[in-house]
Write a protein that binds this ligand. Structure first.
Ligand code: UDX
Length: 432
């Protein structure tokens, strides 16, 4: 089957490489010529473990190619996946400008029956709007179908999430489109992946409901952690016991500095906005969004409590990406915390195994170290902001001698508080 993916960002590129691995013929299109140029040279513009090998394999085996021509992509494919960006506007609603542009192009170049698949996360109702838009733009009455096929890819483990998903969600209105989609994902039938076949609106809602629920779960445990600090409880024991309740489940109960990344903040705001537009106040979500903002400030307060007035204090920060195994710093709690410390006059020095280049774009004034020890040297306190594996086995006695003050603020609860205190650190975590 010939498939075109429009947009070679994170979602598009992973989808393209994985579908090629499933045996489909892929053409990945982007209007960013520079990006296509890089991809053609075998260079991957994003950091995602395993993606470079998968792309190289697809290209080598002749099932994956890159192009700047939407005309070529559309005309040579039966299925067109739209995976362009849907950035948030000021008010939190999704900006569908790029989706609209692609829809018009599809209508313009359509040369036969097509299945147009909405892959980017878009507000409920977008698929139906897309259908009308393409219909209006078509000069000849060519049949086509619209499908909503949301992705649930986590950065850092996106390939595994695509190849071994918990479920595949397909929203469609025609049997033909449904059959084509099932065919695309037939490799997943073999591993007994559950398929949810549903309407366009339900598929769109599933994505928002899932991410908003997960963001709520993280926020809930963060608030429990804050309360644990006040009553002298250990949030890890609490979370473990909670998670063993089959109705709750143990994942996403790890407290920290607040969720970040390209999805949770955007999707929670977009769902809240969508609800408001429909005349419904989504109260839980409103609280989640606010509590997550407050969580970052709580972390700043925690740091200040440990190091004192931050003015002219040297603070080392380990981790800049919003979570490990990615170079993505979008809505990273670490970045937000650093910004606030800088505003208070602190001298911040940071290290991240992958995200320093990205961080430099938003925080050029920040000092950067080459490793955790350089960052710790002479600092009044060390903050562990992102739980990269390489921060789990630090040479702690060495860190302690390097630091000016033996202050360790562990925003991801990587270390054992008693052990840290025995080593002579003034230590604090989140909720213990
Ligand atoms: C998320 C969803 O998991 C994925 O299904 C969706 O399609 C895109 O958004 P991602 O943004 O890559 O994926 O990150 P994820 O691993 O889900 O973490 C989101 C945020 O929550 C991170 O900032 C992370 O640090 C935080 N988090 C997660 C916690 O603070 N505690 C947890 O227990 C879990």
């Amino acid at each position: 089957m010939n498939i075109c993916i429009v947009g070679t960002g994170y979602v598009g590129l992973v989808t393209g490489a994985c579908l090629a691995e499933f045996g489909m013929n892929l053409i990945c299109v982007d209007n960013d010529h520079q990006k296509i140029g890089l991809l053609k040279q075998g260079k991957i513009p994003i950091y995602e473990p395993g993606l470079d090998q998968l792309v190289a394999k697809g290209v080598q085996e002749g099932r994956l190619r890159f192009s700047s021509s939407l005309e070529e992509g559309i005309q040579s494919s039966l299925v067109i996946f739209i995976a362009v960006g849907t950035p948030p506007r000021e008010d939190g609603s999704a900006d569908l400008r790029f989706v609209e542009e692609v829809a018009k192009e599809i209508a313009h170049w359509m040369n036969g029956y097509k299945v147009v698949v909405m892959k980017s996360t878009v507000p409920v109702g977008t698929a139906r709007w897309l259908k009308q838009l393409i219909q209006q733009e078509l000069s000849n009455p060519i049949p086509f179908d619209i499908v909503s096929n949301p992705e649930f890819l986590r950065e850092g483990s996106a390939i595994n999430d695509f190849m071994r998903p918990d479920r595949v969600v397909i929203g469609a209105e025609s049997e033909q489109a449904m059959a084509i989609m099932k065919d695309i994902y037939s490799a997943l039938y073999l591993i007994e992946t559950p398929f949810i076949l549903t309407s366009l609106e339900s598929a769109e809602m599933i994505k928002y409901a899932t991410n908003s629920f997960l963001a709520t779960k993280v926020t809930f445990i963060n608030e429990i952690a804050n309360l644990c600090e006040k009553v002298g409880a250990d949030v890890h024991h609490v979370a473990k016991a909670m998670g063993l309740d089959g109705r709750i489940g143990k994942k996403f109960l790890h407290p920290g500095p607040g969720y970040g990344g390209s999805c949770f903040p955007k999707d929670t705001r977009a769902l809240f906005w969508l609800a408001r537009e429909k005349g419904y106040t989504f109260k839980i979500l409103d609280s989640v969004i606010q509590a997550n903002e407050l969580q970052k400030q709580r972390m700043v307060d925690k740091i200040i409590e440990m190091v004192g007035d931050p003015k002219e204090k040297i603070i080392g920060v380990l981790g800049l990406s919003f979570k490990p195994n990615t170079n993505d710093v979008r809505e990273s709690a670490s970045i937000a915390i650093i910004q606030r410390l800088l505003e208070r006059g602190a001298i911040v020095r940071a290290f991240d195994p992958a995200a320093m280049e990205e961080a430099k774009k938003v925080l050029p004034e920040l000092g950067y170290g080459n490793d955790p020890y350089e960052v710790a040297e002479g600092a009044h306190g060390l903050v562990l902001a992102t739980e990269w594996n390489q921060f789990r086995r630090l040479d702690l006695p060495r860190i302690k001698t390097l630091l000016r003050e033996p202050v360790f603020i562990d925003l991801r609860n990587v270390y054992d508080p008693d052990h840290m205190r025995r080593l002579g650190f003034r230590y604090c975590g989140v909720g213990r």
